[in-house]
Design a protein around this ligand. Structure first.
Ligand code: AHR
Length: 496
C-alpha cells in the first residue's frame, strides 16, 4: 500500500554542527575483533602492514571513520598498558576473563593500536583503566603517549621505536564503572573520576578531552549525580551505553537472522527508545549545564543478539541483516537530530563482534548492511544540522505502534542539502513531500539500501545481497521534493 506524509525542513535555523565524531567506532579485545579481525596471523597470505590487514583498513578508510575507541569495553578495566609495549615475544600474557577466558598475548598494544589509527586516518579514543588500575598507571600511560622532552617515559617510548608523541586527545576514564568496571555507585565513581582525571595530564599540543563513564541506558540518577559532582571543566564528555536487544531479555536476546515480524517490530521499538534516552539524559544535563559544554558521548550502541550458533558465546559474533541497517540508520538520524548535545558516538563493534561493519573469514571479508549505512550517511559529518518536522504514519503491530519513517538533514559548507530517510514499515511504500520553496536545488544524487526481507544478510556465499544502488524515486518539481520510499529502506539524498 501507499502512504503519504510531509517532511518540513527548517533551513533557516542551522546553528548546530553535526560532529563527525558521532560516526565513531569501537574495537575491543573481544572475540575476533582485534585478534583475527584487524590483527591477523603473520602467515595469512593477504596484504598487511605488520600484522594489520589492509583490506579491512581500506574499507574503513572509504567511509572516513572519525575515531576508534579501544581497548574496551569491559576489557579496558583489566588492561595494563605496560604489558602491551616492547619486544612482543617478551610481553606477558593474561587471561581475558570477560570474553571467553582466552589467553591474551598482548601482541596488539599501544604502538599497534596507534599504527592502526594512523593507517585508518582516524583519531584514537583510549579508555583508561580505573577498575583495576592505579592513578599512577593511567597518569604514566598519558605521559608515555603524549609527553615530549626527556623523561623516563618518553625515553621508554623512544626505545620502543616512537620518537614523537602521538597527541591522543579522547580519553575515557574507565568504562561501565557501575558494572564490569568496578561495580561502583555514582557517588563513588564521581570521586574516582576527579582523582584519575586530575593526574591524566595535558601535555603541549595534547589537551585531553576527558570522558566520564556514563549511565547504563535509563539510569538517569547516574547522569544526575555525575553532572552534580564533577566540575564541568574536568569533563569534556559524559558517556551513555545502550544496546538494542530484540526480545528485551538479556538471557535470550533473539537470533540475528531468524526472527518474525513481531520480533522485528519489537527490535525497532527498542531501537527508537534511543530518542527518549538521549532526550531525557540531555534534559538532566541541561539543568546543570545549560550552555551545553559537556558532550553526551554514546560510546556503545547497536543491536546485541544471541551469538551465531556454533560460535564461542564469549566472542559475541553475530550476523548482520537488513534489520541492522535500519537500526543503524534510525539511530544515526536520532543522534544527528540531537547534535546539540550528542557530539560523539561509537557503534559496537567494528569487525566480527556485535553490530559489525565488517565480517572476516580467514583471508576473506565482507561488508555488512550496517557498513553501507555509514557510507550513505558520510555527508552529514561536520555539516550543519537542519532541524525538521515529520508527522510519520504509524507502523502498527497488535496494540502497539511506532513511527514508520524517520529522517535527518544537514547542509554542507557548499550549501548542498543532505537528507537521510528510513522506512521501517515492511509492507507500505511511503511518499514524502518536502516543500523547498526558493532554494534553487536542481540536481538529486540518491542512494537506496533495500532488500526483500528484514532478515536478508550479506553472506560469504552472497556478499552483495544487501548493497546500495542508485535511487531514482526522488523528484524536484514546483518547489517541492517528492520521495517514494520502498518498504524496509534507507535512502540518502544529496541536493545541489
Ligand atoms: O561491547 C561489549 C560490552 O558491552 C563492552 O565490553 C561493555 O562495555 C558493554 O557491556
Amino acid at each position: 500500500a501507499q502512504r503519504e506524509t510531509t517532511l518540513t525542513l527548517q533551513l533557516k535555523d542551522t546553528q548546530t554542527t553535526i560532529s563527525r565524531h558521532i560516526y565513531g567506532h569501537f574495537s575491543e579485545h573481544l572475540g575476533r575483533c582485534i585478534y583475527d579481525g584487524f590483527w591477523v596471523d603473520p602467515a595469512m597470505n593477504i596484504p598487511k602492514k605488520d600484522r594489520i590487514r589492509l583490506d579491512v583498513v581500506a574499507a574503513l578508510k572509504r567511509i572516513r571513520i572519525p575515531n576508534l575507541r579501544w581497548p574496551g569495553g569491559c576489557f579496558a578495566d583489566e588492561y595494563h598498558w605496560r604489558d602491551g609495549i616492547g619486544e612482543r615475544s617478551k610481553r606477558p600474557k593474561m587471561i581475558n576473563t570477560h570474553w571467553g577466558g582466552v589467553t591474551e598475548d598482548n601482541s596488539f598494544g599501544t604502538h599497534e593500536f596507534l599504527e592502526l589509527c594512523a593507517l585508518l586516518g582516524t583519531e584514537p579514543y583510549i579508555a583508561g583503566n580505573v577498575g583495576s588500575g592505579t592513578v599512577e598507571e593511567m597518569s604514566k600511560w598519558v605521559e608515555y603517549l603524549n609527553a615530549d622532552g626527556d623523561t623516563p617515559l618518553t625515553r621508554l617510548r623512544k626505545g620502543n621505536g616512537r620518537d614523537q608523541p602521538w597527541k591522543v586527545r579522547f580519553w575515557g576514564v574507565g568504562n561501565e564503572s557501575w558494572g564490569c568496571g568496578g561495580n561502583m555507585t555514582p557517588e563513588y565513581y564521581s570521586g574516582e573520576f576527579r582523582r584519575y582525571a586530575t593526574f591524566a595530564r595535558n601535555y603541549p599540543g595534547a589537551s585531553l578531552k576527558r570522558i566520564a563513564g556514563g549511565a547504563n541506558s535509563a539510569d538517569y540518577n547516574w547522569t544526575e549525580v555525575l553532572m552534580k559532582s564533577i566540575p564541568h571543566n574536568m569533563m569534556w564528555g559524559l558517556s551513555l551505553h545502550h544496546y538494542t536487544v530484540p526480545t528485551g531479555r538479556w538471557n535470550q536476546k533473539g537470533s540475528a537472522t531468524r526472527f518474525d515480524e513481531k520480533e522485528y517490530f519489537n527490535t525497532m521499538k527498542n531501537c527508537l527508545f534511543m530518542d527518549e534516552l538521549v532526550t531525557k539524559h540531555a534534559a538532566i544535563m541541561d539543568r546543570y549545564d545549560p550552555g551545553k559544554r559537556v558532550a553526551l558521548v554514546v560510546d556503545e550502541w547497536g543491536i546485541w543478539t544471541d551469538v551465531e550458533p556454533g560460535t564461542n558465546p564469549g566472542f559475541l559474533y553475530q550476523q548482520n541483516s537488513l534489520r541492522d541497517a535500519l537500526i543503524a540508520a534510525t539511530t544515526l538520524n536520532i543522534f544527528n537530530n540531537h547534535a546539540d548535545r550528542v557530539r560523539m558516538a561509537n557503534l559496537a563493534q567494528t569487525v566480527n563482534v556485535l553490530q559489525a561493519l565488517i565480517l572476516t573469514k580467514g583471508a576473506d571479508m565482507l561488508l555488512t548492511p550496517t557498513y553501507h549505512v555509514f557510507d550513505m550517511y558520510q555527508q552529514h559529518m561536520d555539516a550543519r544540522l537542519v532541524p525538521l518536522k515529520i508527522t510519520a504514519p504509524d507502523y502498527i503491530s497488535g496494540t502497539q505502534k511506532i513511527p514508520a519513517v524517520n529522517a535527518s538533514a544537514s547542509l554542507d559548507a557548499k550549501g548542498r542539502l543532505c537528507i537521510t530517510l528510513v522506512n521501517i514499515d515492511p509492507q507500505n511504500n511511503m511518499t514524502i513531500h518536502t516543500p523547498l520553496p526558493g532554494t534553487g536545488y536542481r540536481n538529486i544524487n540518491g542512494k537506496l539500501l533495500h532488500s526483500g526481507a528484514f532478515t536478508d544478510v550479506n553472506s560469504f556465499e552472497h556478499k552483495t545481497k544487501v548493497t546500495p544502488v542508485a535511487f531514482k524515486g526522488a523528484q524536484l518539481k514546483a518547489g517541492e521534493l517528492t520521495v517514494q520510499l520502498p518498504p524496509l529502506s534507507v535512502v540518502s539524498l544529496l541536493l545541489d
